[in-house]
Design a protein around this ligand. Structure first.
Ligand code: HQG
Length: 179
């Protein structure tokens, strides 16, 4: 596998479908690297321990974390698998956060606000440039501004993953500055 393919495959397994290679994650998302590699190989994928360690170190996004003993790996955020229920500390957000989306989702977002979809949280960015990149993954990007300060004052809970991504359960439309 190329390192890009390996990183995508590891993201899919650790966030969405560990059971597809017979892997069990703990509630905080950790998997043994040996078990991850063995499961992948048994499923016919050409994944090595070196590929896994490279995925942790490479990329600007810092998607993964290695355990202190170096034997386990987890994805920092973005999970949909019910095996994982990471407990993130609640912290106060900055007054303004950003969400990158695609223009074709705007009508639905105007009606429903931001929903987590299959993930466990809505993902928000601290800066506009990052939000543009997130939105571009889906099509023609549109960056929404989120009134995080007012949401927090209204009792909505926010978390920040170790890689700087902000998380919240959902964003009702009244907290979005919509076009
Ligand atoms: C949209 C990447 C219609 C939402 C990124 C988004 C991020 C709605 C899409 C992380 C909606 C879900 C997450 C509504 C939300 N109606 N569409 N009511 N509410 N949406 O991929 O935030 O590369 O699940 O705007 O960097 O794009 O994976 O979420 O367009 O941090 O490490 O539904 O994934 O990181 O898409 O991205 P996603 P996201 P990685």
């Amino acid at each position: 596998m190329t390192s890009e393919d390996a990183s995508k495959f590891i993201a899919y397994i650790l966030r969405h479908a560990p059971e597809s290679i017979g892997l069990r994650l703990d509630a905080q998302g950790w998997a043994g690297i040996e078990a991850l590699v063995a499961g992948a190989v048994a499923a016919g994928r050409d994944l090595t321990t070196a590929d896994v360690l490279h995925a942790v170190d490479s990329g600007a996004k810092k998607r993964y974390e290695l355990s202190a003993d170096g034997l386990s790996i987890r994805a920092l955020q973005g999970h949909s698998t019910p095996q994982v229920s990471r407990s993130f500390e609640a912290i106060a957000p900055p007054p303004l956060l950003f969400h990158g989306t695609a223009t074709r989702f705007l009508a639905s977002i105007r009606a429903q606000g931001l929903l987590p979809g299959s993930r466990q949280h809505v993902h928000l960015s601290a800066d506009e440039a990052t939000a543009v990149l997130v939105g571009q993954r889906h099509g023609k990007a549109h960056v929404l501004r989120v009134d995080a300060g007012r949401m927090h004052a209204a009792g909505h809970v926010f978390h920040r993953a170790e890689n700087g991504v902000w998380l919240t359960a959902a964003v009702p439309p009244e907290f979005l500055f919509l076009p």
